[in-house]
Design a protein around this ligand. Sequence first.
Ligand code: SF4
Length: 139
Amino acid sequence: MEPIKIGVVSCSGEDCLGGTISRLATRNILERIRLGESSVTICLPLFIAGGEEERDFAKDYPTITVDGCNKYCARRATEKLSGKVTDTIQVGEIIGEEKATGPALSTRKLTPEHHQMADKVAEEISIKFDRIVEGNFKK
Ligand code: SF4
């Protein structure tokens, strides 16, 4: 059976910690936790700028958006340009809204606590990923 392709779209939040964690967790999923599986990251700025390939992918395949705060930029952009997303993560709901809206950090300044936060968010993405694979969500 061909592995199912799943898109993961992280917000590009540069101005708060939630955005940093969102991008880090998405990278963990693609480069470590789900390495070798059919997950595909979609570049949000390219998607917004008119990347047809990105937009078509999110139209045709299940997609999980990962947002750093309750403004849901990744979910809103994806739904506006491609259609309803399959599932969504909001980092503030996992690490706490206060922490998520705190100042962004350069990846060079991340502490073990920040990496734990990213791991926790990545775990949640992984759970949603499994639900899609198990067929509980279909595009
Ligand atoms: S969802 Fe929040 S953190 Fe992400 S890009 Fe939008 S405002 Fe920034």
